[in-house]
Design a protein around this ligand. Structure first.
Ligand SMILES: [Zn+2]
Length: 97
């Protein structure tokens, strides 16, 4: 397992922990598709009752999104959560590196 993969797994685990802390259930998180760089992974329920990461490799991943989403400074570009101020939106997921 190379360093990039490890870092990616850490990022995904951090995201899952954050969502679980916020009260998301296994059911809600199952099936979530995560785009990490050029890799796309799917969160699937594992045998031990925890989410597992199922990697699906593509040569290229293109994310198309409506332009106005990116021009709205009040929603976090990482998780999409809306905030009262642009500053809060920028800092929302800043600790997830
Ligand atoms: Zn966020």
């Amino acid at each position: 397992m190379n360093a990039y993969r490890l870092e990616q797994e850490e990022m995904i685990k951090g995201w899952i922990t954050k969502k679980e802390t916020a009260g998301a259930t296994l059911d809600e998180l199952s099936g979530t598709v995560v785009v990490c760089g050029n890799e796309l992974v799917r969160l699937v329920p594992g045998a031990n009752g925890q989410l597992e990461v199922s990697a699906e490799r593509f040569t290229e991943v293109v994310v198309l999104s409506r332009r106005e989403r990116f021009e709205d400074p009040k929603s976090c570009l990482v998780c999409g959560m809306e905030h009262e101020h642009a500053k809060a939106a920028t800092e929302c997921c800043a600790e997830v590196e």
